[in-house]
Design a protein. Sequence first.
Length: 153
Amino acid sequence: MTATDDIREGEVTVTPPPPTDAGLVFIGRVRTPWTSRGETPRQGSLDGPVCRLEIFEPWTQALLGLEKFTQLQVVYWLHQARRDLVIQRGHGHDGPRGTFALRSPLRPNPIGISAAALVGIEGSTVLVRGLDCLDQTPLIDLKPDRCVHSMVK
């Protein structure tokens, strides 16, 4: 769904204020098999397809030590999501809900976060399973998973 799509019955949009530059720098791009929202899973699965996180220079040095972890948090910018919905009709819910009461990608600041299984690292590319975003999604950050037990060594 993009900003030009129709909204569902019961949904409400607003005109967002002008953006304030938060100074985000994309550290890379996400490569997945999905090219449309319709084929993208609603939630990633740790046994899903291997996806590639292509890290840009000068950030490749920041991968040092990442191989010691089994799970990562992948943070990305949902660049094709609409940003004006405040009331949505989520799938499987009993009625309209506020955007902040849903895990929908349609948000004022469409930041996606996935818990992903680290499959491997090939140079400046991190291989993971568990994503739920479109191919070419801008990558904001990578972090070891919050679980203390996710470290291998």
